[in-house]
Ligand binder design. Structure first.
Ligand SMILES: Cc1cc2nc3c(=O)[nH]c(=O)nc-3n(C[C@H](O)[C@H](O)[C@H](O)COP(=O)(O)OP(=O)(O)OC[C@H]3O[C@@H](n4cnc5c(N)ncnc54)[C@H](O)[C@@H]3O)c2cc1C
Length: 330
């Protein structure tokens, strides 16, 4: 029997989360490597349309488990139906993006099978039938190659942006199985009363294609707002920051990039007056192109940068803005 690689699909506001599509891309790599098939499971009050979409993006089969109580994520209500499905299809691997929900749900699922979770994986290799995930613990100071040598099912969560969903097919013909979610007899210990955005400016930098970020090198909140704001608006990008900027209250924490902020995977990342400390860099390694401006030619950010400009932000940023505006006008 082909081995089933199961992706637990997350969705919000009627959309499949990118982390789940990245999970599907990973599942397809594993399926190809060990000779398996890709399966998705989605829970919701009404999730058939999203199940069809997931099947069209490359899943061989998607189970859509519906119930009125599943309008939003619930660890108690998700656990039993997903575990039942894992047993039913004898899943070899269970995958999720390393989201907050995954950090909550994956240990709940895996503990039922007395199995570990390989969390926050950044890469994988396949050796015969063995899947080896790579992790970078301690703020990426180590590269660890991790194998779960126990029996299946195996569980892994995937770092945002580490596995690209860009090459998933469109129009794949996977099948969808619609079922009522088996929720009888489940005790709900935790009920979500309300989901509240953290402050008005809450932004999801992880979804932005262009991010312009500033660091302590901007010198003041006024400089930050003017210079970083100008370049971000010229490029049509979102604004990010290093931790000292947030600690100084120039910007709220939801703009912070790094190990204690957001992990971002934009097409273009511009780092202005940021030194490139490891805790910042782990948040930007998934960026396709990094441009750094720093007056210190030895700043570690230049080791990460695709393009580096040695200079003072106060001089370089207005020149960049002017050059981009001129190019846009042509
Ligand atoms: C547990 C822990 C978690 C952390 N989490 C994070 C995190 O999530 N995100 C994060 O960013 N940091 C985090 N940090 C902090 C991190 O270690 C660094 O201190 C921080 O990233 C440095 O921010 P910075 O580059 O803005 O400032 P600095 O390191 O002070 O660098 C400022 C840079 O600006 C340059 N500069 C100065 N003036 C100018 C100018 N006029 N023009 C051009 N360049 C100029 C300087 O040459 C320097 O390179 C964490 C630290 C710890 C211990």
């Amino acid at each position: 029997m082909a081995k089933n690689i199961l992706v637990v699909i997350e969705h919000e506001e009627g959309k499949i989360r990118r982390a789940s599509l990245e999970g599907l891309a990973t599942a397809r790599m594993i399926a190809e490597g060990i000779g398996g098939r890709t399966v998705g499971v989605i829970l919701g009050a009404s999730a058939a349309e999203l199940a069809n979409e997931f099947a069209s993006r490359g899943a061989d089969e998607v189970y859509c488990l519906e119930a009125a109580q599943l309008g939003q994520y619930s660890p108690d209500l998700y656990r039993a139906p997903i575990n039942a499905l894992i047993k039913e299809i004898e899943a070899e691997w269970v995958l999720m993006g390393n989201t907050y929900n995954a950090q909550d749900l994956m240990p709940l699922l895996s503990s039922s099978f007395d199995a570990p979770v390989i969390s926050d994986a950044v890469n994988l290799e396949i050796d015969g039938e063995t899947v080896i995930f790579h992790r970078q613990p301690y703020d990426a100071k180590f590269n660890a190659r991790v194998v779960d040598r126990g029996p299946a099912p195996h569980f892994a969560s995937l770092q945002s942006g580490a596995f690209s969903a860009d090459d998933l097919p469109q129009g794949h013909t996977g099948s969808v199985t619609l079922r009522e979610a088996p929720l009888d007899g489940i005790t709900v210990y935790r009920e979500i009363e309300e989901i509240r955005a953290v402050g008005e400016s809450t932004i999801d930098l992880s979804a932005a294609e262009i991010v312009v970020a500033g660091g302590r090198g901007l010198g003041s909140k006024e400089n930050f707002d003017t210079l970083v704001g100008q370049l971000a608006s010229t490029l049509g990008g979102a604004i990010g920051a290093s931790r000292p900027v947030v600690d100084s209250e120039w910007l709220p924490h939801d703009h912070q990039i790094g190990s204690s902020g957001q992990v971002i995977t934009p097409k273009l990342y511009v780092a202005l007056g940021i030194s490139g400390a490891i805790q910042h860099v782990v948040g930007i390694r998934g960026a396709q192109c990094i441009v750094a401006v720093n007056r210190d030619k030895d700043a570690p950010i230049f080791n990460e940068a695709t393009y580096g400009i040695v200079g003072d932000v106060a001089e370089v940023i207005p020149e960049l803005v002017k050059a981009i505006e001129e190019a846009n006008a042509q």
